[in-house]
Design a binder for this molecule. Structure first.
Ligand SMILES: *Cc1c(COP(=O)(O)O)cnc(C)c1O
Length: 360
């Protein structure tokens, strides 16, 4: 049935186009473009009614299953524009394939990756004037799937919407690339093996808010999560993966079922390996990190994710003690990875791994 999935395009009338936001104050995820992609699924017809249409509200039954049982999954990727107005996406197929892994775990229907990628490219091209051109600014793209069947009872829904919305976002580091302060929690946990921590489903983020609120109150930017069983192995930081440069090794926790397999994580692993860095995926405890920090072997720590790309860690707070990482400033490897990945994403650098997809 996917073979017949035509995508219809209904352009926004020119007098209904939105005013573009102030390019110097974009924030993150507060403005949305003129158009969206939408398609619907039900058991009888599979995916159908695929369209690119003006950005619009949904009219949903209060019994729509997503409101009650949380079958909701999403993705996050970005479109970039270089000085010549050439548009690029970064590894978009990986995001759509990951959405299908999430769909499988959440008993939701798979999306046809080729068709959706076509729709995504057409949507980005149609709203290309929304891609900001300021330094570090990008168009953030949010593919999402929700259960819309109106029914109570815990079971897989029989009707879904898949949609893509897009938001121009400002530079993640408007004042320059600077280290963050991280709050290590041994009070809350994010995910457990056998659960859903390895997929991008909405409930994971709802469950994480309280820990983040406590971290913010204490003056920290993000939460570092430990494993749910022993509360000693490092898992992730906020909604990013984490890396530690200890001695000559770049260490990151392995994808053991409770960690989200980030596309930025994978890109950092490939890039660092290609530079001859000794990248090791292994379990690492918070005690090992602190011991390495005390004896000066911990040189750098950084988070990786689509939003910030690389986010250097300047300070850790664990069990009420503060630890400054390295000299508290951005490490050499963190900076190099950030510069290189940004340059590849913006098309200003060779792309040896064939990560970028041109549009238009
Ligand atoms: C999205 C996400 C990441 C980062 O993934 P990227 O593909 O690099 O953006 C890491 N951890 C969690 C929990 C996430 O939701």
């Amino acid at each position: 049935m996917w073979k017949d999935l035509e995508i219809s395009v209904c352009k926004c009338e020119s007098d209904k186009l939105r005013d573009k936001p102030d390019q110097d104050n974009l924030g993150f995820g507060v403005h949305f473009t003129d158009h969206m992609f939408l398609m619907k699924w039900d058991r009888e017809n599979g995916w159908h009614d695929a369209e690119i249409c003006p950005y619009k509200n949904f009219n949903m039954d209060p019994a729509a299953m997503v409101f009650h049982y949380g079958q909701a999954i999403f993705e996050g990727l970005k479109a970039y524009k270089d000085e010549d107005e050439q548009i690029y996406l970064f590894r978009p197929e990986d995001n759509l394939e990951r959405m299908n892994s999430s769909a499988l775990r959440m008993c939701m229907p798979r999306i046809p990756v080729d068709k959706v990628l076509k729709g995504l490219k057409a949507l980005v091209y149609l709203d290309r004037d929304w891609i900001p051109s300021g330094e570090g600014a990008t168009l953030y793209i949010r593919p999402t799937m929700i259960a819309v069947e109106p029914a109570l009872g815990v079971r897989p829904a029989g009707e879904y919407y898949f949609f893509i919305i897009m938001s121009p976002v400002g530079a993640y580091y408007p004042e320059g690339f600077s280290p963050t302060k991280i709050w290590v929690t041994d009070k809350y946990v994010r995910a457990v093996k056998g659960g859903v921590g390895h997929v991008k489903t909405a409930g994971n983020y709802a469950a994480s808010i309280m820990a983040a609120e406590e971290a913010h109150k204490a003056g920290y930017t993000q939460v570092l999560w430990l494993d749910a069983c022993e509360r000693k192995y490092i898992e992730e930081v906020g909604t990013s993966n984490i890396f530690f440069k200890i001695g000559d090794e770049l260490i990151t926790p392995p994808l053991g079922g409770s960690i989200l397999g980030g596309i930025t994580r994978d890109s950092v692993i490939q890039l660092a390996k290609s530079w001859g860095v000794d990248v090791v995926e292994r379990r690492i405890t918070i005690d090992e990190v602190i011991a390495a920090n005390e004896d000066g072997r911990l040189q750098e720590a950084f988070g990786t994710g689509t939003a910030a790309v690389i986010s250097p860690v300047g300070e850790l707070c664990y069990q009420e003690k503060k630890y400054v990482v390295g000299d508290g400033s951005t490490g050499e490897l963190s900076q190099r990875l950030f510069d290189e990945l940004q340059a590849i994403q913006k098309g200003t650098q060779d792309d040896p791994f064939r990560w970028i997809v041109r549009i238009g």
